[in-house]
Design a protein around this ligand. Structure first.
Ligand code: F6R
Ligand code: MG
Ligand code: MG
Length: 367
């Protein structure tokens, strides 16, 4: 009987080059060297190391299932080793996403982001891994809705009998650490009232309704309250299966032709358009942005990762990039004003409590 394959995409920012903009090749080399040796020992089947901006992305296939302590420890140890390299080169923010001193069984909640799915590989298994920088997992709500629920995006919802029943959306309430599932299309409006609030209700998994097969998963997780601040919400990844009863590859990337507005950008405190870019252009610069997304596509072959294809390295996304840059110009002119700047309680950096403390005696109560 065929074994189930697990796909794990685990990422962390362990040091930027230069500033928070991109990745030094030495980190990618270190990660590749370590994964190569683990692959030779047989713990993983295959891997691909890449980066989006300052985030190191480890894409791995194995047979250990999701949330495997062995695989999570492997990723953690590689991030620690790469942090050593980053420290030696004095790269910026070395080890910034490793929030704990020691690994404690599961990488979730320790800083790195993690998207995983366990599947029985089909006769042909096309998958896309999306990776973004300078934004949060809520950035996936809009494209996931378009891909799996909007017939104006996904023709298959209307004309492919194997998708016509729709999909089930599993949504995480990141503040209260609880989840809820919606059957779509019948519960679309209930779904939208929640997931339109992209920093609060975030899509975690999507399943095909007819057989409960996993279709998509994201690195969404509950937010950790550390030293009075919510942390670990940054720079998400997601995995989507394509074709034969799932949305076609072209339906999966179509939503990114509209560079929708996401939270993140400079100091994690601004709204900006998410720009689809080639691997080569995945280095946010202007005002530390605008936020970027890359799409790495693979065919799985008994767990081997055949690829990646760089899907946004394509002139058909040129207009989307132009639209993103126009939106970036427009938003930037607002400077410190909302809606460019995030609401007071959503900014990652803030002076608000300190300023209010300083001013508290100067507020005069009005009748
Ligand atoms: C946003 C981001 C950057 C930094 C900014 C300040 O996610 O990574 O915009 O927030 O460059 O960085 P520090 O405070 O580390 O100098
Ligand atoms: Mg960084
Ligand atoms: Mg980053």
């Amino acid at each position: 009987m065929a074994e189930k394959i697990t796909l794990s995409a685990i990422k962390a920012d362990v040091g930027g080059f230069v500033g928070h903009s991109s990745m030094h090749p030495a980190l990618m080399e270190k990660a590749t060297e370590s994964l190569e040796s683990v692959k030779n020992q047989g713990l993983i089947i295959d891997f691909c190391v890449t980066h989006c901006g300052d985030d190191l992305e480890l894409i791995m296939t194995h047979e250990k299932g999701t949330e495997s302590g062995e695989i999570h420890k492997l990723a953690w140890d590689i991030f620690v080793e790469c942090t050593e390299v980053a420290k030696e080169l004095k790269l910026y923010g070395a080890g910034q996403d490793l929030l704990s001193d020691a690994f404690s069984g599961n990488i979730k909640g320790m800083g790195p982001g993690c998207a995983e799915m366990e599947i029985l590989e089909r006769k042909s298994e096309p998958i896309i891994i999306f990776m973004a920088d300078k934004t949060s997992p809520g950035a996936w709500n809009y494209p996931l809705y378009k891909i799996f629920a909007d017939p104006f995006n996904t023709a298959g919802l209307v004309i492919d009998p194997s998708m016509h029943e729709g999909f089930i959306f599993e949504v995480l309430d990141v503040f209260q650490n609880r989840e809820i599932s919606f059957k779509c299309p019948e519960e679309l409006y209930d779904l939208l009232i929640l997931i339109g609030a992209t920093e609060h209700y975030i899509i975690k998994n999507i399943y095909r309704k007819t057989d409960n097969e996993i279709a998509a998963t994201s690195s969404t997780q509950k937010l950790n309250l550390l030293a009075g601040k919510y942390v670990g919400k940054d720079d998400p990844v997601m995995i989507i299966r394509c074709q034969s009863g799932f949305p076609a590859l072209g339906e999966v990337i179509e939503p990114f032709s509209f560079p929708h507005m996401v939270a993140g950008w400079m100091r994690g405190s601004h709204h900006g358009p998410i720009m689809p870019v080639s691997f080569e252009d995945a280095h946010p610069s202007r005002f530390d942005g605008p936020p970027r997304v890359i799409a790495a596509a693979f065919q799985l072959s008994n767990g081997r990762l055949i690829g990646p294809q760089d899907l946004f390295c394509d002139p058909s996304f040129d207009n989307s990039r132009k639209m993103a840059l126009d939106a970036a110009d427009y938003l930037r002119r607002h400077g410190p004003f909302e809606p460019h700047r995030l609401p007071l309680d959503e900014m990652e950096y803030t002076t608000f409590p300190a300023v209010m403390e300083k001013l508290k005696e100067r507020f005069k109560k009005l009748n």
